[in-house]
Each structure stands twice: as C-alpha cells, then as structure tokens.
Design a protein around this ligand. Structure first.
Ligand code: CP
Ligand code: NVA
Length: 321
C-alpha cells in the first residue's frame, strides 16, 4: 500500500499496527527520531486546519524530518498547472505528502501520479487520519476488547460520519450513525462500503434517524460540526433546523451507558452540535483525542514511508467507496 487516500484503504491488520505504533509514540515521541532524517514531508492544504496541520508538522519533526507547509494558493495549481504534474514535482523533493482539500478525486489523482506516499488529511467525503486518533483514544479508555459495546455518531451525515462507519466496519465493531433523513444523511456509497467491509469482519453497521434510540446503550457519543468547510452558507438555516434534535446534550448522554464518553473531532460549536456542559464535562475526551492526532499521523508516516502497510485490497476486504 503506497497511499492512505481513504479510510477503506486500510485492512484490519494495518489499523492494529498503526494503533500499536501510535500507543508507542504516545509514550516515546522521539524513539524514531532518525526515521525521516534529512527528508521533507509536504503538507498541502486548500482548507483551514488547526489540529491536522499542527499534528502533522510535529509528527514530521519527531521523526527527524522537515515539514514543508503549502497553502492552496501557494502552488501553481491555482494558475492551471495540473494535479498530475504537481504530484510528479513534489515527488522529486518530498518523502511523503499530506493533502487536505475538497474533492476526493483530486486526492486520488495526486496519489496516482505521485511516486511518494500521499495521505488524505480530510476531503469532503472522508477523514481517515482523524479516525485513527479516535480509536487510539477509545482503546485507551475501553481497551481493545470492545465486544458488546456500541459506538455512536450523532449529527450531520458528512465526511466524519462516513469515516466513522467505515473504521467501525474495519474493526468489526457495532457502529451507528444517527443523522437526519434525506439531504444530510450519509452518502449511500459510504454506507454501502461500510456494509461491504462489515460482511467480512462481522461488524454491525447501523444508520439511524432517531438520536434517542441511537444514544441508548452507547459507549461513545461522537459528534461533529453541523456546517462543514465548504458547505453552502445558503443552507445554514435549513440545515441547523434539521439538525437541532441531534444535539449531544445531557439528555442524550443520560441514555448512553454509565461509563459512556463524549468525543468530537473539533473544532466545536458549543450550543449547536453539543451542549457546553457535555463537551466541557468529565466524560469528554476531546483533548486526548486531539493529542492522538500527532501520535497517529506520526505512526502513519512512519509505516507508509517504510512500506509496512498491506492495504485492504491486498487483504481482500476493500470496499469500493
Ligand atoms: N479535527 C480536525 O481535523 O481538525 P482541524 O480541522 O483543525 O485540522
Ligand atoms: N466535517 C468537518 C470536519 C472538520 C475536522 C469539516 O469537514 O469541516
């Protein structure tokens, strides 16, 4: 496996390896401080970022390399240079490239034309690096045997909802996405991918539209912003109204398991997708989750550059999304 373009690219074995190494990097951040010595890693973003950028630059530094941050309009792509040519040029200089942008097809195209590993740092439809940080956190709290537990995302059926279902499917666990019906439900292709993976792993993949029944008995309640980067402002009023019943608050947390935790990829909007008492309360693991963005991106870089990942296609459990 050369690239991490989508969550569904990862096999179960890859996820286990990445999480184990991330746990190691949590305790020993500098244990592979020469892995990228004298090398550079490009970080190209056409959308804003706080965590992914800080985590990636720190991860590269901890591996002994130098990050090169490129903002969208820094590159000649904005003046018509093709993605393929850009990929070939970046490959002359960097040992890996993390990209955050809008269209998944742009990330796929970069991966196809770059000779170096390309990592998806968020697109409109997926956020694979976030999910590794989420599961690094979940495993610290609940351990690796999560039989009988339910992991529930509540809110917009966006990139995070897609990645949540797919990663749960890869790990063979019970995952739920509870979203409004229609326009703000997860994409059908994403659900189909997660279900296809689940057929092989034994995961339970549920898409639900009733936040109360979804929250009931859950070990994790996870949410994300209601307006994602790139969402049309013209839809704000209609969208926020549709999502109002999906706010994660004390009432929903009260329906979850007694030991349930709250998670959020951040940035958060208190009073919209989550109430302040929940996100700032003692069941909230958001800061540990943010911390693990570095440990997991460090792990991804370390293993992708070494060529250690087999990929879902090789192990036969790849979805098609
Ligand atoms: N969770 C996350 O991806 O945060 P940023 O948008 O700040 O990178
Ligand atoms: N769904 C959000 C996630 C931010 C990390 C967005 O795409 O803006």
């Amino acid at each position: 496996m050369k690239d991490l373009l989508r969550t569904a690219d990862l096999s179960r074995g890859d996820v286990e390896l990445l999480l184990n190494t991330a746990a190691h990097f949590a305790k020993n951040p500098l244990s592979s401080k020469d892995a990228l010595a004298n090398r550079t890693v490009g970080i190209y973003m056409t959308k804003p970022s706080t965590r992914t950028r800080l985590a990636s630059e720190t991860a590269v530094a901890h591996l002994g390399g130098t990050p090169i941050f490129l903002r969208g309009d820094d590159l000649q792509i904005g003046r018509g240079e093709t993605i393929a040519d850009t990929a070939r040029v970046i490959s002359q200089f960097c040992s890996a490239l993390l990209i955050r942008t809008f269209a998944q097809s742009d990330v796929d195209e970069l991966g196809a034309h770059a000779s170096i590993p390309v990592i998806n740092g968020l697109t409109d439809v997926d956020h694979p690096t976030q999910l590794l940080a989420d599961w690094a956190t979940i495993r610290e709290v609940f351990g690796s045997d999560v039989t009988g537990r339910k992991f529930t995302y509540i809110g917009d059926g966006n990139n995070m909802a897609h990645a949540w279902l797919t990663m749960g499917a890869i790990l063979g666990v019970h995952v739920v996405a509870s979203t409004p019906l229609g326009k703000w439900a997860p994409a059908q292709e994403a659900i189909a991918t997660a279900r296809k993976i689940a057929e092989k792993t034994g995961a339970i993949v549920e898409v639900d539209h009733d936040p109360e029944s979804a929250a009931k008995g859950s070990s994790v309640l996870y949410t994300d912003v209601w307006m994602s980067m790139g969402d049309p402002e013209s839809e704000r009023t209609e969208k926020l109204k549709a999502l109002t019943p999906y706010q994660v608050n004390k009432h929903l947390m009260g329906l979850a398991e007694n030991d349930a935790i709250f998670m959020h990829c951040l940035p958060a909007h208190r009073g919209e997708e989550v109430s302040a008492d929940v996100i700032d309360g003692d069941r909230s693991y958001i800061w540990r989750e943010a911390f693990h963005r570095r440990t997991t991106i460090q792990s991804i870089l370390y293993h992708l550059v070494r060529g250690d990942l087999e990929g879902a296609a090789m192990s036969g459990d790849k979805g098609h999304f």
